[in-house]
Design a protein. Sequence first.
Length: 412
Amino acid sequence: MLKNHIIIIGAGAAGLFAGQLLEEQGIDYLILEAKDAYGGRLEKNIHFSGTATDLGAQWLHGKNNLIGRYIEKNNIYHTADPLEMSFWFRNEIVSELPESIEIFTGKGHPDISFADYARQKGLGEDYDDIIYALSADLGASPDKISVGAFNREEEGWSSGSMDYKFADTYFDVIDQLISPKVKEKIIFNAAVMSIDYSKQNVIEVKDTHGNTYQATKVIVTVPISILQEGSISFIPPLAEEKQNAIKKIGMEAGMKVFLQFSEKFFHPYLVGGTVCAAYLDEGTGKKNLPPTLLAYLMGRQAEAMSALESEEAIINALLEELDEMYEGKASQHFEKALIKDWTKDPYIKGAYSYSSVGIGDARKIAAASLENKLYFGGEAMNTNGHHQTVHGAMERSKEIVDKIINDIKSYK
């Protein structure tokens, strides 16, 4: 039985950074990771295109945050990505739409879905795939995400408005930030099945192999989808209010498909597809990358692709849509593809959290610590508007570690 002062569950960005902060304070800790590698929703592939590819998180959203300060201090090369949209609309590619879609931001929006709000504002069915792209970027199908909750939480956003990409990968940036000492304290293939915090001075954590670990405090950083499915049992059970709050935080399917071509025929950012709502030029910010298009699939579209019988079927569905958009050039110039289906990852099961209709204060309730023993981290537990982001997950870890240090000082 391993005994540690603090156990961190999950070695994604949140768990790794929590370990880094504890390491800097000289506080004893251990990280339990369900998979055989660290990174969580940060992952890279080095074999597909001759350069590293981000299979998970890819963009740094603004630089007024701890990652932005880190890359500036260490002169890490990054490129602004303006993500200027073109639209597949009424069977042609256009740079502007007849009706404005700048209707989803601002104060005073009702707690209804993007889809319902679009109808209220008079946008017809021919705008549906455009609206899907806007909501998918925020993590959800348009009938799931709340325009009111999104804007209320957006008021806390302070990171900046520009998006950035890295010459290597986002995984590499975080990998460089985390010290080797932290990585040495990870136990891999240790999927947690129970957390018993019923005793006064010790918490017992058990994994699926029957191993037991003891600590005085536990930081839970698994994706919200894992908490929702109940694969980790809490002893005693979490309060009904907390369980309901966890269920209210949305997280839908997510998939990334990289399509490499012999010729660049596509726009930097095209939205409005029915099979895939958003196609992006993977080459922005990259050097010596062959023409590569990223199909960014979220929500129902990702579910539909994930349900197809083979990778070939997924690729063909995307090429068929692109051929319609680009007069057959996709199939003509297609070379190969790489698919990452995050929905089928048993320890992720989706993309990132979103604000569902009726979410209310669920993030704050779900994120609240229990008895100065259990702390809940990860991007979904960020309550300052920076959920969905890597830097938001890490900011939440800093909040938790700061609270733990204060608790320790108060106890002494």
